[in-house]
Design a protein around this ligand. Structure first.
Ligand code: ARG
Length: 286
């Protein structure tokens, strides 16, 4: 039971209909105007590192096949959440999803601005634990480069942007209502980095999941409101122009006392560096 609920919580768009129909934790979705809940529409030029992961084959064409977010960390490398690349979400291993693409430079999913780029290689963090949601990241290699201006720097460990109270922006095409209203237009929400103790209290290890400060980052607003939501997973949380988190999980969206949980980017860097230095090719194959 615990495992079922925890897994359901991290499911993105593909099970949106089910999630909407069956309130997992009993509470009603928070009413909010908009990502991202409690956010606002923005132009992709304001956060050009934000990309959409797409498979029209798996998710249909009404929203250009968008099912998760991602973020460009080099001109040909995109980070996303590992849980976005699971069979659970894709219905098949990622290498069997033949039209897996990254959409960049496109504010409105149905417009034809920007680029649609084939994914050449998918690597899931070999340390990703789907039950604990730890190490929730994967690396996509693109078949063509993005513009240099689309790349965001990853904040290393010890960077002051990880300090609680830091203002950050999360962007994505996910649910804007907590009730299954998937956006076509890119949205953003302003949140603060919160102390690990906040998320530890919110997620002590019940059915909603356990907060692990080593590989996760806590962000949101104490009183609820702005937050990422289903469909935003894998997308960026950026502070002072540096990437600090990837949308990973949470209980509901924007609820008071239930902040958003992000993959901690300093831990991603650490894993990538360790793998690159080690005897094996980084970071493992899916
Ligand atoms: N797991 C969701 C996804 O796959 C992201 C949920 C984030 N939730 C939150 N309250 N911040 O799209």
């Amino acid at each position: 039971m615990r495992r079922t609920v925890a897994r359901a919580l991290i499911r993105p768009l593909v099970l949106a209909a089910t999630l909407t129909a069956i309130p997992l934790t009993g509470a009603a979705p928070v009413a909010a105007d908009s990502v991202v809940v409690g956010g606002f529409p923005i132009d992709v030029s304001q956060a050009p590192w934000t990309v959409a992961l797409s498979s029209r084959d798996r998710f249909g064409g009404t929203r250009a096949g968008q099912f998760c977010g991602g973020v460009a960390i080099t001109r040909t490398t995109v980070l996303t959440a590992a849980h976005c690349l699971t069979d659970d979400v894709l219905g098949a291993p990622p290498n069997r999803v033949h039209d897996l693409k990254v959409i960049a430079g496109r504010t409105n999913l149905l417009a034809d601005e920007g680029q649609e780029i084939d994914v050449q290689e998918v690597r899931v963090n070999p340390h990703y634990d789907p039950d604990a949601n730890t190490g929730d990241f994967g690396v996509l290699t693109l078949a063509e480069p993005l513009p240099r201006s689309s790349v965001v720097t990853m904040a290393p460990e010890g960077d002051p942007v990880y300090t609680p109270g830091t203002k950050a922006l999360v962007t994505g095409w996910g649910d804007t209502s907590g009730g299954g209203a998937y956006a076509r237009h890119l949205h953003a929400a302003r949140v603060h980095v919160l102390a690990d103790s906040r998320c530890a209290r919110a997620y002590p290890g019940g059915p909603e999941g356990t907060y692990r400060p080593g590989s996760m980052l806590c962000a949101g607003e104490v009183e609820g409101g702005p937050d990422a939501c289903q469909g935003d997973s894998g997308g960026p949380l950026v502070a002072s122009g540096r990437l600090i988190g990837l949308v990973s999980w949470g209980s509901g969206c924007g609820r008071p006392g239930n902040p958003g949980v992000y993959t901690r980017v300093s831990d991603v860097l650490h894993t990538l560096e360790t793998a690159a230095a080690g005897p094996q090719k980084a970071p493992g194959s899916a």
